[in-house]
Structures are given as structure tokens and as C-alpha cells.
Design a protein around this ligand. Structure first.
Ligand code: NAD
Length: 499
């Protein structure tokens, strides 16, 4: 049987890559190659950037409310094609169909936010900053923007970027993950079906070669990256060196503190979804539970163990399945090596999911470690799989210190019934996104998503108003219209007080 060959979309046309490297795209539940694509070379990428640059002037001159009309149509198309898009996500990523539909829905919310882009671009106006002088701001497009996205949210993460960027009047080159490109390519086709002029959104699939062109080509003005920390740090440094605005959202190790006063059954249900949903391949997954007090830890472990053991693991097309495979053989092997390291370092493996690796496909069963300490690699490193560590601490203060001392600061949560503790935690924790009795506190579209510490380089969160600011440059205009008042030349630097 011949394998379906995918193509890049540049200037609204489907084009083949020329890097000479063929990427195999797997159905991870079967461990079989289902599609292929030849990666974009630096020449292909340069071409996509040039096409985006050529489209910039025309697109940026279109009034925001007209750009928003296309987003209204796009919204309808995404709703109509949700099942098809979710199917593409599940086929290549492995997550359950319901979870894939959920991420399409979260992406859709960004598109809905963009239907009101003229409201988000509304400027400040100050009348009479000095006698007869007014001042106002414009948020103008920055130019050609690039997006480099990870494998784990094939629909949602691209939609964190290009709808906002193009609604703001920019043109875009989207570099999809070579593991899961089909949904992003289909989303690009739907943008054109919605009426987007060709050249405004160009979508390629590639590796370091394509990325390096995006980071060095002088026509690219801003780069958004979502992915692992080492690559994100490289993207940030290289992009900044080449005078680009860069936001790089990176890896995570998200802690959930469970206080002794928490509803432990509710906490344990929340942990199961947050740690094992999407096989732990979420940057907001809970990978560490910090149990305050041994009694809390003992009760939690007792509640969690049967739930982890009975996770229904399988392929996305079985509606009963709760957890799918991990994305690749390499991920599976990496996760297993961490489980072995955890055992060797002295943590207690309460549930061992390694038997699932014997199945066809890239499966790893849910794993649960107790008595994990902060020097173990299963605690320090992002595993990005269904492996949960329970760390025991005697007090809330020790729990807070643990979270704050970790190099990552993407998401965190506290489960408690005590408002005072919750308020202290939200004020003092050094993490970008915080949940109170919410295990995965992913901000909705009108807020912004972003971590602290080594979970974000470049300081700018994504989507919401932070996204609008990232994809626009500020211009401040100070104007005086001739009023007949003649005062002669002034040589001092005026302030508003000099009226
Ligand atoms: P990754 O870093 O391997 O890949 C991300 C992107 O970078 C891909 O498009 C990939 O093609 C490209 N890339 C890979 N190697 C490169 C190199 N050497 N030079 C240039 N580009 C390169 O990440 P992944 O495995 O696809 O995704 C998982 C990671 O993403 C996890 O670390 C997860 O925490 C993180 N993530 C973070 C967020 C967030 O918002 N903070 C969201 C989703 C995922």
C-alpha cells in the first residue's frame, strides 16, 4: 500500500519539500507509518518568507474589521470540520478523540477572540496633554512573523499564534512539527477557504534547517516558539541575536500541592486527569504531587493506586479509552529509562506501567512513584509521559519552597479548603499559571498563557492582550493643529506642566 505524501502550503499552493529528508508520520497506537513528507529546506523556507513578505503590504492595509470578517467565516469552518480536525490530531498524536476535540475547541476560542480584533487594537487617546496638543497610540503590524510549534497540541498551539498575528495585520510562516503535521495543514486550507488572501499564511514542515532560516532571515520580524526548553533557549538566543522579537514557551514540571484539609477524593480525581490525560504529554500536566503531611500522602497514594492501575489504555478510536500511547518509539524509550532511573535512585514504584510497552504501538502504562526526593532525575527533569511523582513534605512552607526552587515555572496548583493558604500561595509562588482547586489552570483565550523561569524566554506570554502586544508595534502620535496662537520658537524640552 502506498503511503500518503503530504505537501507544504506556500502562497496558497501545495508544494513539495526539497531538504532530501523524508519524515515518517506515525499512528502511535499502531506504531505504523501512515503519512510522509519531505521536509522544507532553507531554500523552501526562504521562499515561504518571501511570499509572506510580498503579501504584507496588501494585507496590513486591510481594516481590522475586514480581517475579522474572515475570522468569523473561519470560526464556522472550524466548527463544521471539528471532527475531521480532531481525527487528524488523534491519528498522529495518539490522544483520545474527546481530548483532541477539546483542543480544537480551545483553538477555536482564540479565533473567536480574533473576531473582535478591532476592539483589541483600540488605542489610547489623551486630549490636551499640553495646550492644544493631543496624544494617541497606534498598534501596527510588526511584519512577517514565524511560528514554530511542538507535537503535543497539533491544533491548539498553532492557533495560539497565527490567528492573532494575522488578525493584527501581519503575515505568517508556520513551521509545524514533523511528527503531527496533518491538522495544521488542514487548518491552513480552511483559512484559505474562509477567504484569507494567499501568501498571508504559509505553512511548512521541517526541522532545524527550516528553523534556522526563520531565525536568520532578515525579513522575519518576530518568532513565536512553543516546545522544549533546550530548543527554546536556542531559538530565543539566535532569534534575539538576529534582532527579532522572540517569545519561547518551553518545558515544565508542574507541582500540585495537596494540603491536609483538601477534599482528598476530589484531589485524587483531579490528579488522575491532570497527570495521565494525554499520556502526560501536556506542558500543563501535573507531574509532581506535593503531599503535605504523611497522612495526606498515605491516603492519596491509597486512592490513586487503583485508579492508575485501572486506566483504560488503547487507541483513540475506542471511545472507552482514557489514555492513548505516547507519540514515538523514542519518547517511549526515554520514559522507560526515567522509570528505571527512579527505581535505581530509591523512589518507590507503586504502580508500574511498563508492561504496556509490550503491546503494538508506543504505549506506556500509568506509573506512580512515592517517596520521590528533589535530587532524583524523575523529579528534576521533564519526563513528558504518564509518570507521576509524589513528594512528601511536612509543612506548607516546605511545599512552597520546593515549587519555587524548581527550574521550571509553567503551571502549578494547590488543593485546599483554606482561603488564607490559597491566597498566600497565589501571591508567593514563582510560577506563571496557578490553579486553586483547579489542576490544569490553562488560561482562556482572552487571558494570556505563559510560564516563569526556564519555562518562558523573552518575557511575552501568548494569546490574549499579551499576544496582541507581541504581534504589534506601538506608535505614539503627538499632534497640534494650527490654532492661531503664535509663541515663537521654544528651546526647552516641554512637559505637560509647562502650559
Ligand atoms: P521540541 O522542542 O522537540 O520541538 C519543538 C519544535 O522545535 C518543533 O517544531 C521541532 O521541529 C523544532 N525543533 C526540534 N529540534 C530542533 C532543533 N535542534 N533546532 C531547531 N528546531 C528544532 O518539542 P516537542 O517534543 O515537539 O514538544 C514537547 C515540548 O514542548 C515539551 O517540553 C513541552 O513542555 C513543551 N511545550 C510547552 C508548552 C508551553 O506553552 N510552555 C506547550 C506545549 C508544549
Amino acid at each position: 500500500m502506498s503511503i500518503n505524501q503530504l505537501q507544504h502550503i506556500i502562497g496558497g499552493e501545495k508544494v513539495s519539500g526539497s531538504s532530501g529528508r523524508i519524515f515518517d508520520i506515525y499512528n502511535p497506537a499502531k506504531g505504523k507509518v501512515i503519512r510522509q513528507i519531505e521536509g522544507a529546506s532553507s531554500k523552501d523556507t526562504e521562499n515561504a518568507i518571501q511570499v509572506a513578505s510580498n503579501a504584507l503590504e496588501g494585507w496590513s492595509q486591510i481594516p481590522p474589521s475586514k480581517r475579522a470578517q474572515i475570522m468569523f467565516t473561519y470560526r464556522e469552518l472550524i466548527i463544521k470540520h471539528t471532527d475531521e480536525l480532531a481525527e487528524l490530531v488523534s491519528q498522529e498524536h495518539g490522544k483520545t478523540f474527546a481530548d483532541a476535540k477539546g483542543e480544537v475547541g480551545r483553538g477555536l476560542e482564540i479565533v473567536e477572540y480574533c473576531t473582535a480584533i478591532n476592539n483589541h487594537l483600540k488605542s489610547d487617546f489623551s486630549a490636551d496633554v499640553s495646550r492644544g496638543i493631543d496624544s494617541h497610540n497606534l498598534r501596527q503590524p510588526i511584519g512577517v512573523c514565524a511560528g514554530i510549534v511542538p507535537f503535543n497540541f497539533p491544533a491548539m498551539v498553532p492557533m495560539w499564534m497565527y490567528p492573532v498575528a494575522i488578525s493584527c495585520g501581519n503575515t505568517f510562516v508556520l513551521k509545524l512539527s514533523e511528527k503531527v503535521p496533518s491538522c495544521g495543514l488542514r487548518l491552513t486550507e480552511l483559512m484559505h477557504e474562509a477567504g484569507l488572501p494567499t501568501g498571508v499564511l504559509n505553512t511548512i514542515v521541517g526541522d532545524k534547517e527550516a528553523v534556522d532560516e526563520l531565525l536568520t532571515n532578515p525579513l522575519v520580524r518576530a518568532v513565536s516558539f512553543v516546545g522544549s526548553t533546550n530548543i527554546g533557549e536556542y531559538i530565543y538566543q539566535e532569534g534575539s541575536k538576529n534582532n527579532k522579537r522572540v517569545q519561547a514557551l518551553c518545558g515544565a514540571k508542574n507541582h500540585m500541592i495537596v494540603m491536609p484539609d483538601a477534599d482528598l477524593e476530589q484531589s485524587s480525581d483531579a490528579i488522575i486527569g491532570a497527570a495521565y490525560g494525554s499520556a502526560g504529554e501536556r506542558c500543563m500536566a501535573i507531574s509532581v504531587v506535593v503531599a503535605v503531611g504523611d497522612e495526606t500522602a498515605d491516603q492519596l497514594i491509597e486512592s490513586l493506586m487503583p485508579k492508575v492501575k485501572s486506566l483504560n489504555i488503547g487507541s483513540y478510536d475506542d471511545p472507552e479509552v482514557e489514555m492513548g500511547p505516547v507519540v514515538s518509539k523514542a519518547s517511549q524509550e526515554k520514559i522507560v529509562s526515567y522509570i528505571e532511573a527512579g527505581i535505581n535512585e530509591g523512589a518507590e514504584l507503586k504502580v508500574d506501567g511498563r508492561s504496556e510497552t509490550k503491546k503494538e504501538g508506543f504505549f506506556v502504562g500509568g506509573c506512580l512513584f512515592d517517596h520521590v526526593t528533589s535530587d532524583m532525575s524523575i523529579y528534576t527533569d521533564e519526563i513528558f509521559g504518564p509518570v507521576l511523582s509524589v513528594v512528601r513534605v511536612p509543612t506548607y512552607d516546605k511545599a512552597l519552597t520546593l515549587v519555587n526552587d524548581h527550574e521550571y515555572g509553567n503551571g502549578t496548583a494547590i488543593f485546599t479548603r483554606d482561603g488564607d493558604t490559597a491566597r498566600h500561595f497565589t501571591s508567593n509562588v514563582k510560577v506563571g499559571m496557578v490553579g486553586v482547586n483547579i489542576p490544569i489552570p490553562v488560561p482562556v483565550a482572552m487571558h494570556s498563557f505563559g510560564g516563569w523561569k526556564r519555562s518562558l524566554f523573552g518575557g511575552s506570554s501568548i494569546h490574549g492582550m499579551e499576544g496582541v502586544r507581541f504581534y504589534t508595534q506601538l506608535k505614539t502620535i503627538t499632534s497640534r493643529w494650527p490654532s492661531g496662537i503664535r509663541k515663537g520658537a521654544k528651546f526647552n524640552f516641554e512637559s505637560g506642566k509647562d502650559v
